[in-house]
Ligand binder design. Sequence first.
Ligand SMILES: *Cc1c(COP(=O)(O)O)cnc(C)c1O
Length: 384
Amino acid sequence: MIPYSCQQITEDDIAAVTAVLRSEYLTQGPVLPAFEAAFAARHGVAHAVAVSNATVGLHLACLALGVGPGSVVWTSPNSFVASANCALYCGAEVGFVDMDPATRNLSVAALRIKLASARAQGCLPDVLIPVDFGGLPAELREMRALANEYGFKILEDASHATGASYLGQPVGAAWADATVFSFHAVKVITTAEGGMVTTQDPALAQRLQALRSHGLTRDAAQMHHAPEGPWVYEQHSLGFNARMTELQAALGHSQLGRLDAMQARRAELAARYGRLLADLPLGLPVEPEGCRSAWHLYPVTLEAGTAPRAQVFQAMRAADIGVNVHYIPIHTQPFYAARGFAPGDFPEAERYYARAISLPLHPSLTDAQQDQVVAVLRQALFAG
Ligand SMILES: *Cc1c(COP(=O)(O)O)cnc(C)c1O
């Protein structure tokens, strides 16, 4: 099987993890702060806070941004359910903004319309969660202008976009109030499970650090009472255990060292797909001016004249090509339908989903494997 995505593990990665196993600390040691510092430096951002996965990163970031009961959070329907669930964990209300069919990211035009009508109705959002779908940066410059005008915060879900850049800067540095990355095994770099939250705001970083570890502080400067001794900690908020282990941090730090090389191979494969598929009735992913995608995914849409999506999908799986579909629009999930959303609410995301198929793309994919994917797809598209 050629998987749609796959981790790349080297001997260096294995050595980094086994070194931790032979060391004094399996968790809460020196490797995690070193990984955070390296991630922050690579992204040109002041603070990087590692967490046990991106879902909890989104949850903690929502809490740190002040999301709670009575808050309104908007996101893209074309995403993984975690992009919306994080707001519900906090007791907030979730809304969606339809996607732009060209970029497949949250549509700025739809956002403008929804904001104007929300202002008229007095139900403006507190936080917007744009998603860098497939690794392509969302249009953060336009969203920042709207955030300043309407007074909402931006939490960028960059789970797909480690290593992407937007207007000359790495995703996660500027524009958003906080940015969340995922290191799940299928994502761009991996810690098996893991995530990172970046921000330029020192107070927000401090809240995130407390929230990931039970709301505790051991910093005397932050304490309400002068500590009686070095054993004293104080709880200031209701936090969680959302820590990343030293084993995961060692793997992440080692992977981060190869990010540029892995990114270059992904970009090369994406460009190669572009050439190999150019003559077929397919909608291909784009990379607009000023953006460099992380190319986590290579989703295509089947256009007029092709076999139905389900048939193409099954033919490819039968030929051991591990295609996948990203994403079933969140608002059509039964859980969200029960909260009042209905098919037809976000037609662009639904139209896109009905025709979408993600082709294999990962840094270990060979040209020969990619040629095989294209050959099988060609045949499947026009099978009777
Ligand atoms: C993978 C993913 C998440 C969740 O990441 P985990 O690290 O698996 O919790 C959230 N949002 C998007 C868009 C994702 O693809």
